[in-house]
Ligand binder design. Structure first.
Ligand code: HXC
Length: 290
């Protein structure tokens, strides 16, 4: 879909880039010429990923353990990267989540999610953004959210609340930092099964083929679709696009809200019967009026 050197000379940090969606995006950026940085809580996982990408694609991915819940550690880490040269892009991908009835959550359970998603993502964004402004550099920030930012979501309330906050951050900073050439967009992926997320969101296989059938496109997302959108948002050429959260979900969340969404299941015969019933009702009305 893109030229091989589309992201040449761009330096991009992907938080939580050692696994899951973060690893997929980091891989795609690197394959398109970017110098990629990945961070995450587990140093060994980051190292394995960097080695794997080196072996498979010959790309050099820089990695360092980082817990984004610590603002000081975040600022020190971002400072070390900028000492080598300014970043051009940031992907706020690191997150934490698990399903639980909200009444059973302890305050520490709530904080476990909010500290990573809400606070941690702000710390990284702030640390990168203030350096871009100081150094008069342009930049692109992508945050990985969820369609819950529009619908809310039962059973993952700390995540839904936190990601909704990041949607507000995306819109707010697009305005505040737009004059500096910094743009912020977010991606709200539908189901893109990964080991880490599915162990916590579908521990008993609750998100199954039936869930996918209910999605208008009838399937889960393909990783390359996410990779392509993230790469497009990171590349030059569409800088006027900022402040947007883009759903990448096969119209899943729109279909849940419509009164008639479930009618997709009807067959042609069902529709023909329905048409007859409606026609009969119309004719009856007309007769009554005449
Ligand atoms: C209820 C739970 C719980 C559970 C943890 N807690 N798991 N409460 N149900 N299943 C509570 C604990 O009891 C404890 O409270 C508190 O949370 C902190 O637990 P820790 O295990 O000490 O937390 P921590 O080590 O900080 O781990 C953070 C984590 C963990 C978020 C809980 O799951 C994690 O590290 N996840 C990282 C990766 C991840 O979650 N990936 C999925 C992202 S999916 P008490 O009071 O008992 O001390 C995503 C969106 C996907 O973000 C969108 C798809 C459409």
């Amino acid at each position: 879909m893109f030229k091989d050197d589309l992201l040449k000379d761009k330096r991009i940090l992907v938080t939580g880039g050692g696994t899951g969606l973060g690893k997929e995006m980091a891989t795609h950026f690197a394959k398109h010429g970017a110098q990629v940085y990945i961070c995450g809580r587990r140093g060994n996982v980051l190292e394995d990923t960097a080695n794997e990408l080196k072996e498979k694609y010959g790309v050099d991915v820089k990695h360092e353990p980082l817990d984004i819940r610590s603002p000081q550690d975040v600022d020190d880490y971002i400072g070390r990267i900028f000492d080598e040269g300014p970043l051009d892009g940031l992907v706020n991908n690191a997150a934490g989540n698990f399903i639980s009835p909200t009444k059973d959550l302890s305050s520490r359970g709530f904080d476990a999610i909010a500290n990573i998603v809400f606070h941690g993502t702000f710390y990284v964004t702030h640390s990168v953004g203030k350096r871009w402004i100081e150094q008069k550099c342009k930049g692109s920030i992508i945050s990985i959210l969820a369609t819950w930012v529009w619908t809310g979501s039962a059973y993952v309330v700390p995540s839904a609340m936190s990601k909704t906050g990041l949607d507000a951050m995306t819109k707010s900073l697009a305005v505040e930092w737009g004059p500096y050439g910094i743009r912020l967009n977010s991606i709200a992926p539908g189901p893109f099964p990964t080991e880490g997320a599915w162990a916590r969101l579908s521990p008993k296989g609750d998100i199954s083929e039936d869930t996918y059938k209910a999605i208008p496109l009838g399937r889960a997302g393909k990783m390359e679709e996410l990779q392509n959108l993230a790469t497009f948002l990171m590349a030059d050429g569409c800088e006027y696009l900022t402040g947007q959260t883009i759903a990448l979900d096969g119209a899943q969340y729109l279909s849940g809200g419509g009164t008639f969404s479930n009618l997709s299941e009807l067959s042609d015969n069902d529709w023909s019967e329905i048409r007859d019933i409606i026609r009969k009702a119309n004719n009856k009305d007309k007769k009554n009026r005449s």
